[in-house]
Design a protein around this ligand. Structure first.
Ligand code: GUN
Length: 301
């Protein structure tokens, strides 16, 4: 198997995490100590794994992590109160509310309660709107990680035709906005698309984020396409449990010019970008606090 076509998310994420570690060390010399609060409501097994990994990576990067594991019976009011307390705490720079939430909690309401400047997931409407207007805001971690992998694999993306498969708020929609910001022509393919495969076959870049194991095979791909596989699907095969993407990797490989593997592609980038966003949030908050304390000194003197 040719490995030169592989886009190595593990190596790329290690580079991002190294930059984050270096930046955290520089900031600590200035008295800034980035801190991330991670909230998990309930016992979803996949979420528990993701949260554990986020906390481990934060510790490795020198970012302080505060873990809030709440029972599945936590009321919406209690969750909103915790978020309000974390918003008001100057020692907390980033707040991550792990999704999905139990059904009795309104996801949109909880996400909207997070202060936009601490919204390291980029899910608050102010950050979503800022991204679509091209403002410099905190952007969602998985699509931002995909962009970094694409830019490293392809260089300038300007003028390329990108097809995003899936239209979730977490991946599909922000991915389309980021590709547009990078001057791609963007098509979003979803469950109501007419002839999704024909649309996908026109793409220079395919980002698959549907959550269906191996749905995209070579027949969906233009020769030479670059493929980013966001899917992480657990399947049983040959009597064992495996993680596979939304792309049928073995079928796609001969057809593509580059492709992310699963695991080892997009997954590690998501966490690395979360750390990067936490440091960005800490820097912006430190700057804002400095400006407001200087303004207070000026108004006193
Ligand atoms: N659940 C699955 N992906 C994500 C993510 O990127 N952020 C949060 N907060 N929850 C998730």
């Amino acid at each position: 198997m040719s490995t030169s076509k592989l886009i190595d998310g593990k190596a790329a994420s290690a580079r991002v995490l190294k930059q984050v570690r270096d930046e955290v060390a520089r900031l600590s010399a200035d008295g800034v100590f980035p801190a991330l609060a991670v909230i998990l409501v309930g016992q979803d097994p996949a979420s528990q794994v993701y949260v554990r990994n986020k906390i481990l990576r934060a510790e490795e990067a020198g970012i302080k992590s505060l873990e809030y594991r709440l029972s599945a019976e936590t009321s919406q009011g209690e969750l909103l109160q915790l978020i309000a307390d974390l918003n008001a705490d100057n020692a907390v720079n980033g707040i991550l509310l792990q999704l999905p939430l139990p059904e009795h909690i309104e996801e949109a309401r909880a996400l909207q309660a997070i202060a936009p400047g601490k919204d390291v997931d980029g899910f608050h409407s102010e950050n979503v709107g800022g991204l679509s207007q091209g403002r410099d805001v905190l952007t969602p971690c998985t699509p931002s990680g995909c962009m970094q992998l694409l830019e490293e694999a392809c260089g300038d993306l300007s003028g390329k035709h990108a097809v995003v498969i899936g239209r979730s708020n977490i991946v599909g929609k922000p991915m389309a906005a980021l590709l547009l910001r990078a001057h791609c022509s963007v098509t979003v393919v979803h469950s109501r698309s007419v002839d999704a495969k024909a649309l996908c076959r026109q793409a220079d870049i395919v980002v698959a984020a549907v959550g269906r194991p191996r749905m995209i095979d070579a027949s969906w791909l233009k020769p030479g396409a670059v493929v980013i596989d966001v899917g992480i699907n657990r399947i049983e095969e040959d009597g064992r449990s495996k993680l596979v993407g939304d792309v049928d990797f073995n079928s796609a490989l001969p057809q593509v010019s580059a492709i992310t593997p699963v695991p080892g592609g997009v997954g590690p980038m998501t966490i690395a970008i979360l750390m990067k966003n936490t440091v960005t949030a800490a820097v912006q908050q430190a700057h804002a606090q400095r400006v407001s304390s200087e303004a207070a000194c000026l108004s006193i003197s």
